[in-house]
Ligand binder design. Structure first.
Ligand code: NDP
Length: 479
């Protein structure tokens, strides 16, 4: 049994109330550990520790802070196998995926920001002989970082790394559903000799630990990734306190396929953009729009390939592992039922899978393709966040733009075409924070990352994140 502890003031500690909640392995549907059911008292201790650590950490040289973060990155690399296995046990994703994507990216997040601060500079604005202005970008204080369960260590570190690199101290909460790699990260920080109180990790329920962080007067900055409804709750609490907020929320991303695209390349990547990580990536393209002349060809080829995808034991070379939890599996299955009620036809998939042996009770769902739905029905408007996509034909650019932009979300979109003019034109017209042309999930960590409309507020990535975690101060010197 994995017995997870909080990481407060440099030490692994039990929750003060002594309470724990179960941690379930979704690939077998059984408890495999416990995590602290922490409350406000633990959050208070973590914030006190972070406040105490702030003066020294924020004034430390960039080089020295960078060295600590690089050491953490190296230790993540060293523990790749252990972390990848833990991520798979917690989340249900294939071990190979965690080994190739989640854990290397967590190390890359630390390395990226550890070195970014060494190359950062601020602006000066000269007023000739009259005066010189220069901008100081100073860390804010204690940053609250709250992350979801779909890419646990990947997204946790995507917040923590820039917050720490820019000189803030942190109180962080991973999702209660996937706490294991955050716990191992606390062990890594101890091994790396990170000064006590610089990073604090409090485990527990969102409604208790998360809201205690968000509502605390001594946490002026909140970086949150999760669902849009949780984001709304956080914004309501944070707004009257004038906190700085970064919200990365849900998506219902369009994948637009024109007849002139490279068909084979598009097919190969569309399988990934539809079903990678069991469709539980905020960037997955869940609404696929296909230009009419190739609709039937696409449908036949896509469904044939989807039917061949392997679902099951995440320790093997499967395409899909388990979805994250029983309630989430039920939610996804209920959306498939809704799609049928709304007049959709399930072309393949649609059911729970019971793999052999000890995996029979795990939470597996077949990759599912649905057609025949209106663009504005609930199935095509609400985030399902599972291995379910809809396919729809379109005739004109104007028509597909109406479909694509019709949801309340605006995170990412994908366009497949060999017509460069059209690609740029459509990219400019799509209401999303990210547009991929003839690719998907090709990420350069320097680029701004985030959504518009109900997909979020603010941007992560590159200098955007360093700027988020600092306050610019203009200093005007009369000459
Ligand atoms: P949730 O919003 O349920 O949870 C996200 C985090 O917030 C968890 O740590 C959760 O804790 C915590 N939390 C829950 N309630 C509160 C609260 N009242 N105050 C503060 N914190 C709280 O999202 P999921 O974990 O279900 O993640 C899936 C969602 O995340 C999807 O909508 C997906 O699109 C989105 N997402 C967005 C991304 C983006 O970059 N835009 C990237 C990845 C995912 P606990 O788990 O313990 O309840």
């Amino acid at each position: 049994m994995l017995h997870i502890k909080n990481y407060i003031n440099g030490k692994l500690v039990e929750p003060q109330n002594g309470n724990y909640v179960d941690n379930i392995n979704p690939s077998i549907g059984k408890k495999y550990g416990v995590i602290p059911d922490s409350d406000e008292a633990d959050v208070q201790l973590a914030i006190e520790a972070a406040k105490k650590a702030f003066p020294v950490w924020s004034k430390m040289s960039d080089q020295k802070r960078s060295n600590y973060l690089l050491k953490i990155a190296d230790l993540i690399d060293k523990k790749l196998d252990q972390l990848a296995l833990a991520e798979s046990q917690d989340n249900g994703k294939p071990v190979w995926l965690a080994t190739q994507v989640d854990i290397p990216r967590a190390a890359a997040n630390f390395r990226f920001y550890a070195t970014a601060i060494l190359h950062d500079s601020t602006e000066t604005h000269s007023m000739g002989e009259l005066a010189l202005n220069y901008t100081l970008r100073q860390p804010i204080g204690v940053a609250g970082c709250i992350s979801p369960w779909n890419l646990p260590l990947y997204l946790f570190t995507w917040k923590i790394a820039p917050a720490l690199a820019s000189g803030n101290t942190v109180v962080a909460k991973p999702s209660e559903v996937t706490p294991a790699t955050a716990y191992f990260l606390s062990e890594i920080c101890i091994e790396a000799g990170l000064p006590e109180g610089v990073l604090n990790i409090v485990h527990g329920l969102g409604g208790k630990v998360g809201s205690a962080i968000v509502s605390h007067k001594d946490v002026p900055t909140i970086s949150f990734t999760g669902g849009t409804s949780t984001g709304k709750e956080i914004a309501k609490i944070a707004a009257p306190m004038f906190k700085k907020l970064s919200l990365e929320l849900g998506g219902k991303n369009p994948n637009i396929i024109f007849a002139d695209c490279d068909f084979e390349k598009m097919l190969e990547i569309t399988l990934k953009s539809s079903f990678a990580n069991q469709g539980q990536i905020c960037l997955c393209g869940s609404r696929i729009f296909i230009e009419k002349p190739i609709y039937e060809k696409f449908k036949t080829a896509f469904v044939e390939r989807v039917k061949k995808m392997k679902v099951g034991n995440p320790n093997k070379k499967v395409d899909l592992g388990a979805v994250v939890s029983e309630p989430h599996m039920q939610k996804v299955l209920s959306y498939i039922e809704l799609a049928k009620e709304e007049g959709g036809t399930v072309l393949c998939g649609g059911k729970r899978v019971h793999p052999e042996g000890e995996f029979a009770d795990g939470y597996y769902i077949e990759p599912t393709v649905i057609e025949g739905l209106a663009f504005d029905c609930r199935t095509n408007q609400e985030e399902i966040f599972g291995p379910v996509v809809t396919i729809m034909p379109f005739e004109t650019e104007a028509e597909v733009l109406t479909y694509a932009n019709s949801t309340m979300y605006g995170l990412a979109s994908t366009v497949w075409t060999s017509n460069l003019q059209r690609a740029h034109k459509i990219a400019a017209e799509l209401h999303t924070g990210i547009v991929w042309i003839n690719c998907w999930l090709l990420r350069d960590l320097r680029t701004p990352f985030g959504g518009v409309k109900s997909s979020g507020v603010g941007r992560e990535g590159g200098f955007e994140a360093l700027h988020f975690f600092t306050e610019p101060k203009n200093v005007c010197v009369k000459l």
